[in-house]
Design a protein around this ligand. Structure first.
Ligand code: B12
Ligand code: SF4
Ligand code: SF4
Length: 249
């Protein structure tokens, strides 16, 4: 988990657009990456950068799907590339492995079931029926990509901005759940995670702890949060405790 990667990418695109200007002279342009209502996957597929996989994301033969598309919309008269026809074939792995059954049919994601939506975008508590399916995921999900054969040879990005910070790839749910609001703000400053806010952040590992094997450590961590008065966190903590047979609260 690194910096706000979309911002990093947008800055790179801006520099590329400026370099082009040095070569071709003044021209009209605007850079985007996940920053405006633009159908990025559709546009990229039509521009020959890959195809839309059955998980709905953009894939290409060289890079798989573990990359972020970015765009320079311009009035330069460039030649058009050919769209790629797609190479999913009979594969259905992304549909089969999706923990919540969010890919309801090939090329169609029901965002209301997607863990990415539930843990990042949804401001309120994750619906109870879906909580057991979330497992220990606390921010987004990549399963449909991780099991895709086109990502078999993916390697971690070398960009310093994408490097893991604060040992976040090696922290237990109990540790994450124990963070104070100040710790959350300090450790997530500059990261996209910061935007979900402390209460949403706490409610996600609370769901994970509800799904964890019962242990004294897990129950004690949840009990310590019973004092939280914020309604979403309070409700999820009580739900999580009930998963471990604790109903006294
Ligand atoms: C909304 C959104 C989500 C939603 C809904 C996703 C979905 N699959 O529906 C949620 C929150 C669930 C989500 C999750 C994720 N997302 Co997202 N998301 C977006 C976002 C902001 C908009 C996509 C969108 O809805 N566009 C509007 C619709 C109308 O456009 P469209 O889907 O392209 O549909 C067009 C065509 O397909 C066609 N069409 C569609 N349906 C139909 C039906 C008919 C009948 C016809 C004729 C045509 C047609 O017409 C449409 C208009 O051109 C884009 C960024 C962007 N601006 O594109 C990122 C984006 C797609 N997400 C991205 C990522 C990385 C993710 C996650 C992996 C994040 C994570 N790790 O948790 C997950 C993956 C989940 C998944 N399998 O999709 C990346 C994808 C990178 C890639 N390689 O493709 C994008 C491109 C952002 C970026 N630039 O980095 N995401
Ligand atoms: S990101 Fe996870 S929950 Fe969302 S569609 Fe992919 S596998 Fe399913
Ligand atoms: S897992 Fe299979 S079906 Fe899904 S996007 Fe990858 S190749 Fe296509």
């Amino acid at each position: 988990m690194g910096r706000d990667y979309h911002k990093v990418l947008r800055n790179r695109l801006q520099r590329l657009a400026e370099k082009l200007e040095e070569v071709v002279g003044a021209y009209g342009y605007r850079v985007f990456t996940d920053s405006a209502p633009l159908a990025e996957v559709s546009l990229a597929a039509q521009a020959g950068l890959g195809w839309r996989g059955k998980h709905t994301l953009l894939l290409n033969r060289e890079g798989g799907s573990l990359f972020f598309p970015g765009e320079i919309l311009t009035d330069l008269p460039l030649p058009a590339d050919e769209a790629d026809s797609g190479h999913c074939g009979r594969c259905t792995r992304c549909l089969d492995v999706c923990p919540t059954g969010a890919i309801v049919e090939p090329y169609t994601v029901d965002a209301r079931r997607c863990i990415s939506y539930l843990t990042i975008e949804l401001k309120s508590a994750i619906p109870e029926a879906l909580r057991p399916l979330i497992g220990n995921r606390v921010y987004g999900c990549d399963d449909c990509q991780l099991y895709c054969p086109w990502n078999r040879f993916a390697v971690p990005a070398q960009e310093a901005d994408f490097a893991v910070r604060h040992g976040l790839d090696n922290l237990s749910l109990v540790e994450l759940f124990g963070w104070s609001e100040v710790q959350f703000q300090q450790r997530m400053a500059g990261s996209a995670i910061y935007r979900i806010g402390y209460h949403k952040w706490l409610s996600n590992p609370a769901v994970g702890l509800g799904n964890a094997p019962t242990s004294a450590e897990v129950v004690s961590a949840l009990r310590q949060r019973l004092e939280m008065t914020e309604p979403m966190v309070a409700e999820v903590v009580r739900w999580a405790l009930r998963q471990h047979g604790v109903t006294e609260s």
